[in-house]
Design a protein around this ligand. Sequence first.
Ligand SMILES: [Fe+2]
Length: 427
Amino acid sequence: MYTLPGQFEFLSDAWIDEARDWFAKRREGLGAPFSVSERFADAPPHLGLPDNVGSWTLRWDGETASVARGFDASADVTCEGDYQAALMAAQWVGMLVPGATEALFREMTTVFGKDAIRMRGEVPEAAVELMGHFHDHMGRHTVENPDLEHRARRLGVTRHIREMEDQGYTVIEKAISDDFADEVRAATLRSLAEHQSVSLQWMTYQGREFERLVQNPQLMTLIDASLGRGAVIASISAIKRGPGKGFIPMHTDYSHVPEPYPEFSLTGVGVWALEDWTVESGPTWIVPGSHKHRRPPREGEGHNQGVPIEMPKGSVVYFHHGVWHWQGDRTEPGTRVTIHNHFNRGILRSLEPKKVDARMLHRNPPRLGEMLGEDDWFDKMSGQGRDHVRFAHMAQLLRFNAEKKRMIMGEAEPAAGRDLAALVAEY
Ligand SMILES: [Fe+2]
């Protein structure tokens, strides 16, 4: 398994054991007897589930709650569908917040379509609160699918990964719902107004909307593919701009990186469109393929080769690898509001200092901790020495991720990696 201690892959043996332990400690709050059973197809093969189908059943008989593998179609509540869609739901923390279920299904449907998950029956009223706590408990320990190739395929972004390597950028259209885009836009304007500014950093700390946006599974899959697992937040920024000339000229995002730029990507930015982007609205312009120069543009170079990024509200453009880009002129009235998710490869420093807030980690899945540098060994050395557990975990995750990236790119299977124990023994 590809987890740190205390983390679980969805529907792995460790996940089932944790669910069993959680219910074993609880006798109150479940009310009259009921049962819940779930079954999800097309789980990643490394889990070793029969036919790649993951299933489990909870039975509460009024005195004992039992948790077991296997699906029971006659359970009071059943839930079936696609594993990756269910995993998106399984990582959602905050189920008892009013409107949470609707918001979760709205975003899941945006990515996977309306038939990805089918539910039948309802948890009895008396047990809703406890089941919500259970879902949250599991969510804060459930990791994203580490199989990059499988995950990209299920999330529909395999093509985008190939394109971002070829062109230096790609667009995922409608990665979030229109409603969520509106919520993020309103929250951004509220934060900017509070700070009396047209731009702001550290947006992850400006509200729940941003915590969710920063974990968007499709964008994070591009980031895993370009920067490797353990990529960290460099900055999450908001920009509001009105009509007029763009105020960010042609540049690359590689500050102080010597030429030639490395063959692998160091940094990437996902810019969220919170309104429709057209040439008139002043979008980002990118010079396709310019990352292959492996250097910044020279004076006056590249402007006639740029393309405007036009995309509907709720879409995200991801560019990386030192591709050349600039902010376009806005010729129409109104304001453009954007959130910029800037990530660095995990071995690099960030722009924003990381503020690891225990409460923030508690209301999110491990995905958020990973991007705040919680899952690697950097900055963890103590008087007792290095954090070998995190070192081994990240080394394993990086290797699996890289192997699957090569598969996506249609490259030959890599030679077997070095034995992890030998790698750890070196330190
Ligand atoms: Fe930039």
